[in-house]
Every structure is written in C-alpha cells, then in structure tokens.
Design a protein around this ligand. Structure first.
Ligand code: SER
Length: 340
C-alpha cells in the first residue's frame, strides 16, 4: 500500500513537473528585436513570459545590456533554414515579425525593401503553416494612398498606396488573409500609425519627426521639421502600440475577424499642434519647417483613422492623448539626459 501511495505521489509530481516544463518550454520569437517596436516589445514580452522564454533576433548585434537580458540570435530573416531551426529548438509558439524597411528608406532601396518586407513575410507565413505558430505582422497607415478618404479613414476603403513601403504592406495584408483562408495560419496584424516612444529611436520613417522633436526640444530648444506645419497624421504612443499588439495576439481566434490588418487609431496632430503642446512645458521652444521628400509620403496618408472594428472585435482602446503623451515623453527624456 505504502509503496503504491508513494508511487502515486511520485507520479503526480512527475506529471505536474512535465506539465510545468512543457509550459516553460514554449517560447516567443521576436524577429527585428532591435528596431523601434522590437526593442520595447521584447522588454514587455519578457516581463510577461519570463526573460528566457522570449527569443530576440536581429540582423545587427545588440548592446551588451540587451545581450545579457535574455536569449539572442544574430539572424537575417531571409535565412529561413536558420529561422526554422530556432523555432524548433525553442518550441516557438508565437512569432512577431518586425524586420522591415520603413517608408523613406524603402524609397531609396526599392528592391531590397521589397525583398525584405515581402519575402520575409512570405517565408515566415510558410514556416507558420508548417510549424503552426501564431504570427504577428505589422502593417501601416501607408497602405492608404492619395485616393483614400483622409479623415476618419475607414477599415475597408480605397487602398492605392504610392510608396514602395505602402505597396509592400498592402501586398503583405493580402498574403496574410490568404494564408489564413487557405491554410488556417493564425496570423494577426495591425495598421500602425506613426509610433512615438522614448526608449527606442525610429529609423527611416516619415512619422519619425514626432520622436526627434522631443529630443531636440530638450537638448537644443529648437527643431527643424521635415514636414510642413499643418501636416496632420495619425500617431500613437508606444505604450498604446504595445497594448494593441499584445491585446490582438491575446484575443481568442474567433474574436479576430479581420485577417488582413486592423485599423487602430489613437491621436492625430500636426507638427504645429505638437510644438504648441511642447511649448506648454518648454516655453522658449521654437520650431521651423523645411519639408523634404517625406512630405509627399505624408500627404498621401490619412489624417485620422476609424478603428471601430478593432474596438468592437477585441476591445481596443487607446489610453494616451496628445497631452498625456507629451508629458510622458518629456519627463522620461529629461530623466535620461540628466542621467548621462
Ligand atoms: N511610421 C511609418 C513610416 O513613417 C509608417 O508606417 O514609415
């Protein structure tokens, strides 16, 4: 009797342990972990899932601090055998594919942008089909174009993008829906507006001014903006972007009705309005305007976004407005500057 009982206990323990080990072993992979979104997303996912369960990869080597914070592989997303090997080795069940060239860079490097943005996605969709992981892929307000209604841009409307970046995002949305419909790949996507955060630098985008302006306001009290003063664009604070991303990935599959990509909105403003908000904190801040080629891209994009589908389907709701975002950005950047 005794031994049976003990055996039982032992077995229960083992089963329990196995269950725990299995749960522990499932991991999340972030491709493009050093970018504007990736660097913050990795931090947030590690907080949720535990450091060792979130695998970060990037084509570039990160800082020692990043290397010490959890597993990292230096990886070109187009090296699919290696991506596949990592996915198998770590029992990856969720992938965030964030490696891409943004609007301004893509215009300079047309072919490599198409290759990275498109083949990167197609290859990862194929892997998702084989390995059955849940995939997040970012789309953008850049899928819209000059013929799209610009105010409160609807979820389903004219999408005739005029940039290489926008074309790659629109094609990507079509591929996502296709892989969901034909192969049941659990792919989820958001059309990000311009993203603003203090922890990471954007690179090569048209909406980047809304990040640079804060750093310059604190360092030099002046900023030369590459968009004109009345260029209104949809924007979002990184805190909300992470909430939207993780919120969509956590939604149950049947809540996710749109498998191309969801409109998500938060704040809309012009450089002039943003400068006025900054001036409430730094009264002698000045701004000048010298629009460059990025003005054209901005002029083809929406001013504001109708995100009612995201709100209805998976309860999306932003938390930061222009005032809250400006206060938060300034106080964090100020603190960072004082620390150095
Ligand atoms: N923020 C991006 C860009 O400016 C738009 O998705 O390129």
């Amino acid at each position: 009797m005794k031994s049976t009982k003990e055996g039982c206990v032992e077995m229960t323990k083992n089963v329990h342990l196995q269950g725990k080990q299995k749960a522990m072993k499932e991991s999340v992979l972030v491709i493009g972990a050093k970018g504007q979104i990736g660097s913050e997303l990795v931090e947030e996912l590690r907080r949720i899932y535990g450091d060792s369960n979130v695998i970060a990869t990037d084509i570039k080597m990160p800082s020692d601090e990043f290397l010490n914070s959890g597993p990292f592989y230096q990886l070109d997303v187009l090296d699919f055998p290696k991506v596949s090997e990592i996915i198998r080795k770590h029992n990856v069940k969720q992938v965030y594919l964030l490696a891409a060239l943004l609007s301004a860079t893509a215009e300079q490097k047309v072919k490599s942008a198409w290759r990275l943005n498109m083949e990167g996605l197609l290859g990862t969709l194929e892997l998702a089909r084989e390995e059955k992981f849940k995939l997040f892929w970012p789309s953008s307000i850049a899928v819209f174009g000059p013929n799209t209604p610009r105010e409160n841009t609807p979820q389903f409307t004219i999408t005739e993008p005029s940039t290489v970046y926008g074309i790659s995002k629109l094609a990507g949305e079509r591929w996502c829906e296709y892989y969901f419909e034909k192969f049941n790949v659990d792919v989820r996507s958001i059309r990000y507006p311009g993203l603003i955060g203090y922890k990471s630098e954007p690179g090569g985008g048209t909406t980047d001014y809304a990040v640079h302006i804060f750093h310059e306001a604190i360092k030099n009290k002046t900023y030369e903006c590459f968009l004109s003063e009345n260029t209104e664009l949809p924007m979002m604070y990184m805190h909300d972007a992470l909430r939207a991303t993780i919120g969509l990935m956590d939604a149950s599959a049947d809540q996710v009705k749109i498998r191309s990509s969801y409109n998500v909105g938060a704040i809309s403003f012009t450089p002039k309005q943003l400068a006025a908000e900054i001036r409430k904190h730094i009264p002698d801040f000045t701004i000048s305007y010298k629009p460059d080629v990025r003005q054209q891209y901005a002029d083809s994009w929406p001013k504001s976004i109708d995100d009612s589908h995201a709100r209805k389907d998976w309860n999306w709701k932003p938390e930061f407005d222009l005032k809250g975002m400006t206060e938060d950005m300034l106080s964090h950047i100020q603190a960072m500057v004082q620390h150095h």
